[in-house]
Design a protein around this ligand. Structure first.
Ligand SMILES: [Zn+2]
Length: 1008
């Protein structure tokens, strides 16, 4: 189909006397320019470090020589992919800047810094002419990216497509133990700048290759440190990379929804700013090159079908080209589903480009090693006719060969078809703009009367980062609501319900006040807003049985704010203005000495508490009314604070403070800036990192300590009021938390700064040996801390730890049998709104859950909670009459049996009189667990994502406050702080912190 374009290029190249070899299909074949000398020494080393002749290709088995441009050897001291050499980001940048200096075909751009202040760069490689005309070209691409600027004129788009130079953006080593990309990309940049072969020239002249060689810069430097340590201690085991970036490890590639990490924000801005067409992210896991661009279903429902076709085109061709080179183990179908938009590459998929991802084969360092792969990886399958070898010697150079060959064939194919891809880029953007009338919705509305305006602002700021346009209605407006088709009642007993529904017709319109935010869907980046704000449904019958990542993420639900999906096109005619700065209104209003803030579970309240440490703040234990305003339970009552200071802080945080003439008459207790310890293990810091990030953003101070440190601290209570022990994630179990990694063999695994490892610690934690865990002495310390009045807060796997090692009484956890909840949004219900943990929350709450654990309660110490599943078990014995009749005994008058006690799934079975006979095991009422939230009924459990076998967890406790001695253990089955997506449940944690010494407030005790 590109014969024509190919010939055109061939002719223009002929003019400068280089005749490309043509493949049978008319495309330029990969072949060296015979006139250009080869760097013989470099080429010899490439061949030396390549472990088998079929692990390379004609594209990378040589290096063209240049008199002026330095090769990677200038910085590395050897060739790219050489054994034993892993450059720091700084060295990679140094080389890229040497290239820039030596060649007009290379330009280096700074794209921001990381959390630890390291630079991120993007390197543009193209012809000198293209780089000279970057701004003109960007202006052309911008018109395709926003078709409104050319009035959706297809003919004009065609004219631009004919002139524009596309941008193909490649990103490397976001996952720090996947180490090969930086050297591959250094050499790739050299080839693109220097090689005069027609194949490479076409790429250089036809498009701009943009390269971020290191995405996770902080993690890269740590990984290189570890590798150097390994080289210095070749016989020892080396410490695993426990920290990557400052906050999260592998999850740094799951941040493209919340955009909470600098690396995501920087790549997103570079992608949007360059108006790039492709974002291609390099990873290493499976042999030898899995181009998971095609992957497996289900595909994300919000991607344009044009993109799905592009994935197929590029993926199929990529495999075909590399198969022709005779390289084994290249495939594009596999087990990666393309449902979640959280991956870095998905920035492109959700912004009208093309997302791509490679998994190549890496050794986690630069050692050449004998590698044995799993049978499933070397099996020949329908999509992998030339599979990897079961066993092979594998080098970093092999990996670099695969990475570069894959990218070069992709670039070439993309260039051959660039007019098609540029037109598609325009069409996808245009179809986004036409979304309201094409498929809807017309807009999402976030109402101005949302009780949680600071959380609303937080959500809007995420959309701003995603380059979504946000508008604000200048006046009140009303939209009509879609008529929802109710399923017809199937059974007779439903008819009463159906009749009730008929009697009360659903509202047909919805009114919004002036100032409401409108996310119009007639904009180029409507797709990402739609994907984030809509609901997700993953069918339990989906043929994909192992979802690759989360199945649900609806942002309005997880942020706890009101979001209405509006299909009525009239919403677009509402008078509105674009806003670029999002700020919730805040500050002090009214006259009076007492200042009050309504509690709507906004995390900003905790920020305020810590910001104004010396102000006297109290929480109202009951709702109250004052000055015509209603205040929820937990509302702040502030005395003795400087009004000016409070006004400034509240304005900054988007909190509305009301001055009252008199203090409310309800009972209050102090709200305190608790002293917080934040505990991590040396097993994994993956999941707790999101908690640290949230606390840092909120300005909540804490001491970051490891499980190892606990035993060494003399008196925990003297130092801390609250100990947070967030989820461990990978490799966690109660015994692993206590025992750590076995010390019966091996050597110490130090995590500390040394001359060989200057970057390891950063601002995180350090240890001489990562292996020891909490230890039994540490566990005893934790127990004593709680007994003496401290509060320990745990979630998911650390809750399982707390219940199983006996830090709590009356709560048991069970594993699911058939439950399947894979990162879903679930419904939860308030059980005890008087608990300070629930302050500011409504009856209904949306929570993030990943398969529990399932909590059950008992009032008998040491007993496991009874779970009731299926039909009621107690039927009557065989006897007279029928099922509902009493039995009888001959010769005795009938005796009425006492009524069987009943209880709900979130409650402990009621204590019986039998149990109370010498009831030393009966937990006293004040010591029994207090359920704050439970999971919703099975029918209402699923909000977004996948729920299968939900009756196992439905109605069971989701958040439980367990009194223990003078203190408390607060257990979460949900993960309330996750990936910057769950701001709506942050306050469950923050309320626990602020009210740590009043958690028993308004508690009602059982009578027996
Ligand atoms: Zn990876």
């Amino acid at each position: 189909m590109n014969r024509h374009a190919g010939l055109g290029l061939a002719l223009s190249l002929f003019a400068i006397l280089v005749v490309p070899t043509l493949w049978a299909d008319g495309e330029t074949a990969p072949a060296r320019d015979p006139k250009q000398p080869v760097d013989a020494a470099y080429t010899a080393k490439i061949q030396k470090y390549t472990t088998a002749p079929y692990f390379t290709s004609p594209l990378v088995n040589y290096l063209p020589a240049s008199k002026t441009v330095p090769t990677p050897e200038a910085v590395l001291g050897d060739v790219a992919g050489a054994p034993g050499i892993l450059p720091y980001a700084e060295d990679v940048y140094k080389y890229m800047r040497l290239l820039e200096k030596a060649s007009p075909r290379v330009k280096v751009f700074s794209i921001g810094t990381t959390e630890e202040g390291r630079e991120m760069i993007a390197v543009a490689v193209s012809s000198a002419e293209n780089l000279k005309n970057l701004e003109e070209n960007r202006a052309r691409l911008a018109k395709l990216a926003d078709p409104r600027t050319i009035k959706l004129d297809d003919a004009e788009a065609d004219r631009i497509v004919a002139q524009a130079v596309p941008v193909y953006y490649i990103t490397g080593t976001i996952h720090s133990p996947e180490t090969g990309a930086p050297t591959a990309l250094m050499e790739l940049a050299y080839r693109l700048a220097v090689d005069e072969s027609p194949y490479i020239r076409e790429i250089r002249d036809g498009m701009i290759t943009l390269i971020t060689p290191v995405v996770e810069v902080d993690g890269r430097d740590r990984m290189v440190d570890l590798y150097k340590w390994h080289l210095a201690h070749p016989k020892d085991f080396y410490p695993p990379l426990i920290y990557w970036g400052k906050y999260v490890a592998h999850d740094n590639n799951r941040d493209a929804m919340g955009v909470t990490l600098k690396l995501t924000e920087n790549v997103l801005n570079a992608y949007i700013g360059w108006k790039a067409q492709v974002l291609h992210d390099l990873h290493e896991s499976v042999p030898y090159l899995y181009d998971n661009t095609v992957g497996d279903g289900p595909y994300n429902a919000w991607v344009d079908p044009i993109l799905a076709d592009e994935w197929q085109m590029i993926g199929a061709r990529n495999v075909a080209d590399m198969t022709k080179f005779g390289m084994p183990g290249v495939f594009t179908h596999g087990d990666f589903d393309t449902w979640s938009p959280g991956y870095l590459m998905f920035i492109a998929a959700m912004h009208n480009g093309i997302s791509r991802l490679y998994e190549t084969f890496g050794n986690g360092g630069a050692d050449t090693q004998e590698r044995t792969v799993d049978p499933e990886d070397y099996a020949r399958t329908w999509y992998r006719q030339n599979p990897p070898l079961p066993k092979t010697l594998w080098s970093q150079r092999d990996n670099n060969n695969y990475e570069q060959t894959g990218i070069l064939t992709s670039l070439h194919f993309f260039n051959e078809n660039k007019r098609l891809f540029l037109k598609n880029f325009y069409l996808k953007s245009k179809r986004s703009v036409l979304k309201p009338s094409a498929e809807g919705p017309a807009a999402y509305v976030l109402p101005a009367d949302d009780p949680r305006l600071s959380l609303q602002a937080e959500l809007l700021r995420v959309l701003r980062k995603q380059a979504v346009e946000i508008s604000r209605a200048k006046s009140a407006f009303t939209v009509s609501l879609p008529v929802r088709k109710e399923p017809k009642p199937k059974k007779k007993q439903d008819s009463k319900e159906a009749a009730e529904k008929e009697a009360a017709p659903a509202p047909t319109t919805r009114a919004f006040p002036a100032g409401s935010y409108v996310i119009r869907m007639d904009q180029p980046y409507a797709r990402i807003a739609d994907a984030l704000l809509d609901h997700q449904y993953w069918s339990p019958d989906d043929p994909q049985k192992t979802p690759y990542d989360d199945t649900g993420w609806t942002f309005g639900e997880l942020f706890g704010v009101l979001v209405t999906r509006v299909t009525d096109l009239k919403v677009l005619d509402v008078s509105m203005e674009r806003v670029t700065e999002i700020h919730a209104p805040g500050g002090v209003k009214g006259e009076g000495a007492i200042l009050a803030i309504n509690n709507n579970a906004e995390p900003a309240l905790a920020t305020l508490r810590y910001k104004m440490k010396d102000a006297g703040m109290e929480a109202a234990e009951e709702p109250f009314e004052s000055g015509g305003k209603k205040f929820n339970r937990g509302s702040f009552v502030i005395r003795n604070a400087s009004r000016a200071d409070l006004d400034r802080a509240a304005a900054d945080l988007g909190l509305q403070v009301v001055a009252l003439a008199a203090a409310p008459s309800v009972k209050t207790h102090p709200v305190r800036a608790a002293r917080v310890a934040f505990v991590h293990t040396w097993l994994s810091t993956q999941t707790e990192g999101w908690w640290r990030l949230a606390l840092d953003n909120l300005g909540i101070p804490y001491d970051y300590i490891s499980t190892q440190a606990i035993a060494k601290i003399g008196d925990l209570n003297a130092r801390y009021d609250v100990i947070l022990f967030p989820p461990v994630g990978f490799a966690s179990s109660p015994t692993a938390i206590i025992n750590g990694i076995s010390m019966a063999w091996g050597n110490p695994l130090p995590w500390k700064n040394t001359p060989e490892t200057p970057n390891l610690v950063g601002k995180n934690d350090s240890t001489d040996d990562m292996r020891p865990g909490l230890g039994w002495d540490g566990l005893a310390k934790l127990q004593a801390f709680v007994q003496k009045g401290g509060v320990l807060l745990t979630a998911t796997d650390t809750s399982r730890f707390a219940t199983e090692v006996g830090l709590t009484t009356g709560v048991s956890t069970s594993s699911s049998q058939k439950l399947k909840i894979v990162g879903s949004v679930l419904g939860a219900r308030l059980v005890d709104g008087a608990s300070p943990i629930a302050y500011g929350y409504d009856e209904k709450l949306s929570v993030y859950c990943d398969n529990g654990p399932i909590f059950s309660l008992s009032s008998i110490a040491g007993a496991r909670g009874r779970r009731r599943l299926g039909p009621e078990s107690h039927s009557r014995p065989t006897g007279r009459g029928s099922l509902g009749d009493p039995d009888f005994t001959v010769g005795r008058s009938g005796v009425e049996a006492p009524e069987e006690p009943s209880w709900e799934a979130w409650e402990a079975p009621p204590v019986t009189d039998e149990q109370l006979r010498n009831g030393y095991r009966v937990i006293s009422p004040a010591n029994r667990p207090r359920v704050i939230f439970r999971y919703a009924d099975n029918k209402e459990l699923l909000i977004s994502g996948l729920v299968e076998g939900g009756d196992e967890i439905a109605q069971h406790p989701a958040v439980v406050d367990v009194p223990s001695g003078n203190g408390h253990v607060v257990l979460f089955s949900i993960n309330p702080v996750y990936r910057g997506e769950t701001h709506g449940t942050y306050s469950l944690v923050l309320n626990t912190i602020l009210n740590f010494d009043s958690l028993n407030a308004s508690r009602k005790l059982a009578e027996k």
